[in-house]
Design a binder for this molecule. Structure first.
Ligand code: J2J
Length: 565
């Protein structure tokens, strides 16, 4: 599919970053790593261990295999794979071809995958065969049927595992050494940054400033948007992260969170570790028991968690502290880590805590490993790059707030996006001078540390998994007897936030379970189902006629426990 290069204003405001941007592609980097340390272990999963040379070889074969089935440079491919070595084989295979992975999450279901495939114009969809009892291949076929009904081309389904039927392609068949004939002429890349190529180790590859991957936004105004990231800015993200987390050749990084999550992949995560010559260990599930066993056997030094996982790790550490002897750095991010938990976590885990406040759109903040303990416990860190340009403004007027006061964080910088992929022009998510509106309320200390105090975006963040309230409101409005819906986040002890469906309805109120069933039937990820239902005769409105979610939140948090169903 053609994907013409857009005119991008970022070219004009970004020239000051050229010192920071290196002229390298992700495929070229893997080549160099494999040349520098071919026999070191790059990736470990429960079934296999891959050296850097083996990963590089797999990328070559899979790129050729993808070309055999008709994929070309610039083509988008939705990748929904669990934390297994196959994710990295496919991901680097796509990079070597110059195709663009679109990162789906393992919890996503038909509706989300259809949206990602449709908005990216994906040529292929890569899934595992099953996830527990759920057959992802059937879901992938349904995605194809839904797209066809909408007049769009269904993606080729590629299965890591048993393909099941001949109309699906098995990854094992792509990963074969075959003479594939002449390599097809590369298509055009989509240039995001003014960084020319080629990378000497990827001479036929895309330019370093070209689109390399598409991440998904948490969503605020509807369905998730696609975040374009280039080779250059993504490598910069990973390298800044490696410096912040003290990642080096001795690092053994345990990926507990989904590998397609920006935090896990690049902050510094998998890429920062590989770029430093370290080893990545993939946890097949996020349970502390699995993680602790891997930490003990593989000598894990670094990992990254969401706040919701921390109490479970503390409980496990009480009974199995010796498993953690090698652990040095535990990063926590994705949602606000309560200060009290941050204070106890380091000593209990025998490791340094590093708070990470980041967004797939770009900006990543880290506390320094040697920051004062109180700063580590109570702040979300400082921007990882001196060129990150942060502005804190009054959300209503847009005017900068006085130093130290809370306001909405706006950001631009060398690895922060300037437009969503195929987004509207102009896009209210950006200011006219190129700042991304994060929707987060923050306060900045004189040390430069940022404290996240709330948010202005209408989003639910359940333990790090985000979605736009409106996405669920729209689906619930379709239920019989429902006249109005507001999804409101309220504090939750275990998950940081719980979603309450506030309903104006005829007849009896639907149960929490009925809502979950409806959303599952609509093909949505299970984490988007509300935890509580609350009936109301009329939704309160703000003076401009919007649903007053603050008033609802105040009402819900003042109602005595037991009233909600
Ligand atoms: C409070 N809110 C936070 C934190 C993210 C590293 C770390 C996290 C993400 C991520 C990421 C928070 N305290 N420590 O991509 O590379 C909320 C904010 C933010 C939104 C971004 C990474 N860390 N948040 O979480 O794109 O509201 O990225 O704007 O998924 O999560 O979500 P996402």
């Amino acid at each position: 599919m053609t994907d013409p290069a857009p005119v991008n204003d970022f070219f004009t405001i970004s020239s000051g970053y050229s010192q920071l941007w290196k002229s390298a592609t992700l495929s070229g980097e893997l080549r160099r790593w494999a040349r520098h340390w071919p026999h070191r272990t790059a990736v470990v999963d429960p079934q296999e261990r891959l050296t850097f040379a083996a990963l590089d070889g797999a990328a070559d074969r899979i790129a050729a295999g993808l070309a055999r089935i008709g994929l070309r440079r610039g083509d988008r491919v939705v990748v929904q794979l669990p934390n297994r070595a196959d994710f990295l084989r496919v991901w680097f295979g796509l990079q070597r071809l110059g195709a663009v992975p679109v990162h789906a999450m393992p919890a996503h279901r038909r509706d989300e995958i259809v949206h990602l495939a449709a908005t990216s114009g994906a040529s292929a969809l890569v899934v595992a065969d099953r996830q527990g009892s759920f057959d992802l291949r059937e879901m992938a076929d349904q995605v194809g049927r839904t797209l066809r009904e909408r007049g769009l081309a269904p993606p080729t389904v590629i299965v890591a595992g048993k393909a099941g039927t001949p109309h699906r392609v098995s990854l094992a068949d792509l990963d074969e050494e075959l003479d594939h004939g002449p390599v097809p002429a590369p298509g055009p890349g989509r240039r995001l940054l003014p960084v020319e190529g080629p990378d000497p180790d990827d001479p036929d590859g895309p330019a370093p400033g070209d689109l390399a991957l598409l991440l998904i936004s948490g969503g605020t105004t509807g369905r998730p948007k696609l975040i374009p990231r280039s080779h250059t800015d993504y490598l910069l993200t990973a390298e800044l992260g490696a410096a912040a987390a003290d990642v080096g050749p001795d690092t053994v990084y345990l990926a507990v969170l989904p590998i397609g999550f920006n935090f896990t992949l690049a902050c510094p995560g998998v890429l920062g570790t590989l770029a430093s010559g370290g080893t990545v260990v993939l946890a097949p599930d996020p349970s502390p028991a699995t993680a602790f066993a891997l930490i003990e056997t593989e000598g894990v030094t670094h990992t990254a968690l969401t706040p919701a996982l921390v109490p479970h790790w503390l409980a496990e550490a009480q009974t199995w502290p010796e498993a953690l002897h090698s652990l040095r750095v535990v990063q926590v991010g994705g949602a606000r880590l309560p200060d009290e938990l941050a204070r106890v976590a380091g000593p209990a885990l025998g490791a340094r805590i590093q708070q990470v406040y980041g967004m797939a759109e770009g900006l990543i903040c880290y506390t320094a490993l040697d920051d004062e303990p109180e700063l580590i416990a109570t702040t979300q860190g400082r921007p990882s790059c001196p060129e990150d340009d942060l502005l804190i403004v009054d959300p209503a007027s847009g005017a900068p707030v006085p130093d130290g006061q809370a306001g909405e964080l706006l950001v631009r910088g060398p690895y922060t996006l300037s437009a969503y992929y195929n987004g509207p022009v102009p896009d209210p998510a950006f200011t006219p001078d190129g700042y991304y509106r994060s929707g987060d309320l923050v306060r900045r200390l004189p040390t430069g540390h940022v404290v996240v105090v709330g948010r202005v975006k209408d989003q639910i963040n359940r333990g790090g998994e985000k979605y736009a309230a409106i996405e669920i409101e729209d689906h619930l409005l379709d239920l019989p007897g429902i006249r109005a819906v507001a999804i409101v986040g309220i504090p939750d002890q275990d998950w940081g936030e719980a979603a309450v469906a506030v309903l104006v309805h005829d007849g009896p109120a639907p149960s929490v379970r009925a809502l979950a069933t409806h959303l599952r039937e609509r093909g949505l990820a299970a984490y988007k189902a509300p935890q509580q239902v609350h009936s109301i005769s009329r939704l309160p409105l703000t003076p401009v006629g919007k649903v007053d979610k603050q008033a609802l939140r105040a009402l819900l948090t003042s109602v005595p426990k037991g009233h909600h169903r």
